[in-house]
Design a protein around this ligand. Sequence first.
Ligand code: 5CA
Length: 395
Amino acid sequence: MKKIEDIVRQEQNKIGAQEILMPTIQSSEIWKESGRYDDYGEEMLRIKDRQNREMLYGPTNEEQVTEIFRSSFKSYKSLPQLLYHIQWKFRDEIRPRFGIMRGREFYMKDAYSFDVTDEDAFYSYNKFFLSYLRTFKRLSLTAIPMAADTGPIGGNLSHEFIILADTGESKIFTDKRIFDLNSEGTKLEKSSLEQLRTKYEQYYSVTDEKFNKDEFEKMVTEENRLITKGIEVGHIFYFGDKYSKAMSAAVDLPGGKKDFVKMGSYGIGVSRLVGAIIEAKYDDQNEIMKWPLSVAPYDIALIPMVNKNDTSALEKANNINNELIKHKIDAIIDDTDENFSSKIKKMNLIGAPYQIIIGKKSDGDLLEFKETGGDTQNLSLDKIIEIITKQKVTN
Ligand code: 5CA
């Protein structure tokens, strides 16, 4: 999860967002100001401190960040501001399911944008749109932006980023051709970002709350229609001055007037992504989980044949590991004396994307190397290091 978090962070930084860290426990006062203290209902975990003040465990941070903004920024000259944090959230979900996929406590990246005009705010929205496509691509996922409902966050412009999975909880209606698109060549400039949005929005692609049968049939020819299920890994919203007006977050404009700032919010389910990647990458027929190298718990598994009387293969594994460390390749060594086939089974599930198998007769320079689930090749350690290093660079 920390590796996923790092990629999410890097892609936020690339669009100019700044990292902050807001607390998990919030005061009810700001939620009363926005009007959501009552609206949020049973999903909010409410607690009291020793002075009997009403507090809550944050399910999201629109109010908290608006509070920080209004006490820190007074002028249009400080805008835009793109602020994010990566922090635990709590929602007392009616139906927590599938472990980390829908947990009550979960880890989220949430970002918030502040602009003077709607036009600037859409530019900010589109920056996140691009950064989400880039983030999910680096996690080796195809996440499709779909027009979505805004629910308790509010506003009228919103996209969910969804990856296809039979176990997913979101029902989606889409034009298959959207899967052929990507964000390559898009620049962090207004017109290039607008083109990116237009490119995606030319194809019908919605979640069930937005589904309209007539529109779907009119816009998508029969052979391109896809009705399936997916996992929501990200969700972005534009809601203008919904919070800034209610909470008086205004800035001075050039002519001396003041105006409420225009805001959006942008979430990625960091802990949910761990489960989503497993759903996308697990091969249940062969019982093999191959993590994308960018977030794999280990780059490579070393699987030596070990028994009490002969530890030579284990020694060899240790020597290989020392060499790998020099090249910043992170290995896990299975040093147990279990039988070989159960070791392989276990390592196939742990999911390092590469394996080296070190049997009894494994002397000489060539090693039994394979991509997890692939065919064995006999290669020198130098060659193996070269292959993995090259893969790491492209990630
Ligand atoms: N304030 C907005 C954007 S920052 C917000 O909270 N959006 S959200 O409700 O859509 O959540 C953002 C992402 O968090 C979702 O796309 C989803 O990937 C993840 N998420 C939401 N609820 C849960 C949950 N109960 N368990 C795991 N992940 C969740």
